[in-house]
Design a protein. Structure first.
Length: 263
């Protein structure tokens, strides 16, 4: 058994939403560094284009920019239409990473927060997945299924200390929706899994880490926040032959935060 082939993602066609920053960018860097062809999508075209240029300089894989605001269903449809034009033979991996957060005391937590967070973090994951199934089926085989990886959060498993009601609910929903999808898409040779990150240095976590990094790190058995290779490695594993028989699971990439003793 050749370990280089077992974990290879070389020449796989990968789509990553929210791929121009934060955890999405970390994942994109990992795939490009290992020879994949990666499409990144985010709202800001200029940022998306610049990130693609930078990742192409690093290689050896390829990165292409497909900007879209996937909060809007019409933008999701345009994104999928563009992917169909560029990849008529289909895609191997869809990574649903784009998401948003909202923290506010319960007394003032707005109804609009639930609309925004649940729409982007749950509904649009389903919308994009639904529209990408035909493209995923084109590449799927009995021995090497196509992959869907949904980026959840440990805050969808544990009770977070911050008042992120809609975010936590949305990530719990993503985890369970992924299991439901896995149960139905397996017969179509498509796996569906979740990666649930803990604290990583991203824009979403930036302010929290700036204020509370020491406290957060003390609650992580491995004694540090996540690094790019940690989350990229989990996604590469699930996308490679090594992860071909894994479906319907949630992998926490959190340094052990979920199992830390609270005594």
């Amino acid at each position: 058994m050749d370990i280089n082939k077992l974990f290879s993602v070389k020449d796989k066609v990968v789509v990553i939403t929210g791929g121009s920053r934060g955890i999405g960018l970390m994942i994109a860097q990992g795939f490009v560094a290992n020879g994949a062809k990666v499409y990144i999508s985010s709202r800001k075209a200029s940022v998306c284009d610049e990130v693609a240029r930078e990742l192409n300089k690093q290689g050896p894989g390829q990165c292409l920019s497909l900007p879209a605001d996937i909060q809007e269903i019409e933008q999701v449809k345009k994104l999928v239409s563009a992917l169909n034009e560029k990849e008529p033979k289909g895609i191997d991996v869809l990574i649903n990473n784009a998401g948003a957060n909202w923290g506010e005391p319960i007394e003032t937590y707005p109804d609009s927060a639930f609309d925004k967070i649940l729409n982007l973090n749950v509904r649009r994951i389903f919308s994009l997945t639904q529209l990408c199934i035909p493209m995923l089926e084109k590449k799927s085989t009995f021995q090497d299924p196509s992959r869907i990886i949904n980026i959840g959060s440990i805050d969808g498993i544990r009770i977070p200390s911050l008042e992120t009601y809609a975010y936590s609910a949305s990530k719990a929903a993503v985890h369970h929706m992924s299991r439901v999808l896995a149960s139905h898409l397996g017969k179509r040779h498509i796996t569906v899994n979740n990666v649930a990150p803990g604290p990583f240095p991203s824009k979403m976590m930036g302010a929290t880490l700036e204020k509370f990094e020491d406290v957060i790190v003390r609650g992580i058995p491995l004694g540090r926040v996540g690094q790019p290779g940690d989350v990229a490695g989990a996604c590469i594993y699930l996308s490679s032959k090594a992860g071909a028989y894994v479906s319907g699971t949630t992998i926490a990439v959190d340094g052990g935060a979920l199992v830390a003793s609270k005594l």
